[in-house]
Design a protein around this ligand. Structure first.
Ligand code: SF4
Length: 385
């Protein structure tokens, strides 16, 4: 709530985009207005994507003038926008002069999933992850996290024709480890769930962690959302290598934390296990059997993700037969274990390829830059001020 103190004269304006309903109510009380104003403003900002007080039709002139003095609605600038032939959309969002992030929307029938970033880069350095190779730059603010949903939501049209809900699911699975930007991620997810925000159902709002165990318990106490765990290995020796945070919070602790989630929220809950398949590294029958044994205490489904290679990385994608053989072992043991198909290949938006291309230190940015120069659908900096 420290942001609210910024309403003093000559202080920076409060960015209403990043305030939860409770914070917005407090904001209105502090400027001498009724709490219910927060409901009007939230609808304008989040439902209709408005970023200008003058466009808020049911807000009186006096209040508009007051708001202009102390508040603003500012999202970071979109520098690139692309749409794949399969409908996948990708935005590169510039947070400041040094940092950009990516947000990806993936349509699938009636479902539309938005993959949201929580940090610029990542400190956890998983060996198969291109984001991890950039190192950690900084956490995103609540406004910067929610702006990704706001930008995607606005991209589907004007308030008048936005009868259809395009974004039905959100996964905190973009750049960064969300549990290491805990407070901002929890507040942003509150806003995503809020009916006056984006009304995303709790089972359709997923936080994906690589296993920062103490923060997992904190999360369960704060907010009820779906849980995904980036597992990628069935034993500690291999996981220490692939997901180094495992050295601090080994598998026994992680599995206990997953079980605690199911116990807390009820048996119908399933944890989603993410397992990137790397040829010859974690994709043998032995690994599959070990995985089954490891996951016995946890009701879960297992998403199998054939690795998407990127330059300067030693891993290979297993062939289709190998992937299906791995899947079959899991299915025979009773696990739902879909193979995640690659989407948005033509715009580098496939899962596991989220990387700050503007900042990255590999040749991928050059390749991507060349692609967007020939394929840019629209670049709309004006949309976000
Ligand atoms: S996989 Fe996730 S936690 Fe690991 S380095 Fe990449 S962004 Fe960070």
């Amino acid at each position: 709530m420290s942001e609210l103190k910024q309403t003093e004269p000559n202080q920076p304006k409060v960015n209403l985009l990043g305030l939860t309903r409770a914070e917005l109510e407090q904001f209105f009380v502090e400027i001498g207005e009724k709490k219910f104003r927060s409901q009007q403003i939230m609808k304008w900002v989040h439902h209709f994507g408005v970023d200008n007080f003058d466009d808020m039709k049911n807000v009186g002139k006096e209040l508009k003038a007051k708001l202009k003095n102390v508040a603003e609605i500012v999202a970071p600038r979109v520098t690139h926008f692309q749409e794949s032939t399969d409908g996948t959309r990708k935005w590169v969002v510039q947070l400041d002069s040094k940092n950009s992030i990516e947000t990806v929307f993936i349509p699938d029938g009636k479902r539309g999933t938005l993959c949201v970033s929580s940090q610029v880069g990542c400190a956890l350095d998983c060996s198969f992850c291109s984001t991890g190779k950039q190192g950690f730059q900084r956490d995103l603010t609540v406004a910067e996290i929610i702006a990704q949903v706001w930008i995607a939501h606005r991209s589907f049209g004007t308030p008048e024709n936005r009868g259809v809900r395009h974004i039905t699911n959100v996964v905190m699975m973009g750049m960064g480890e969300p549990l290491l930007n805990f407070d901002n991620v929890v507040n942003a997810m509150e806003l995503m769930k809020d009916d006056l925000g984006y009304g995303i159902a709790k089972k359709r709002l997923t936080l994906s962690t690589s296993g920062v165990v103490p923060k997992m318990y904190e999360l369960y106490d704060k907010i009820d959302v779906a849980l995904a765990v980036s597992l990628h290995a069935p034993n500690d020796a291999l996981r220490d290598e692939l997901v180094p945070v495992n050295k601090k919070y080994p598998l026994a602790e992680l599995i206990k934390a997953c079980r605690a989630y199911v116990d807390k929220f009820g048996d119908s809950r399933r944890v989603t296990i993410e397992y990137v398949l790397l040829e010859g590294v974690n994709d043998t029958f032995e690994h599959a059997y070990e995985l089954i044994e490891l996951l016995r205490p946890v009701p879960c489904k297992i998403n199998l993700i054939p690795f998407n290679p990127f330059p300067h990385n030693p891993y290979k994608r297993p062939n289709g037969m190998r992937v299906r053989a791995f899947q079959e072992v899991l299915q025979k043991a009773g696990y739902v274990s879909p193979i995640r198909t690659t989407r948005g290949d033509d715009i580098d938006a496939a899962c596991g390829q989220l990387v700050g291309l503007v900042e990255d230190r590999t040749k991928r940015s050059e390749r991507w830059q060349a692609t967007i120069e020939s394929q840019v659908v629209e670049v709309r900096p004006a949309q976000n001020k």
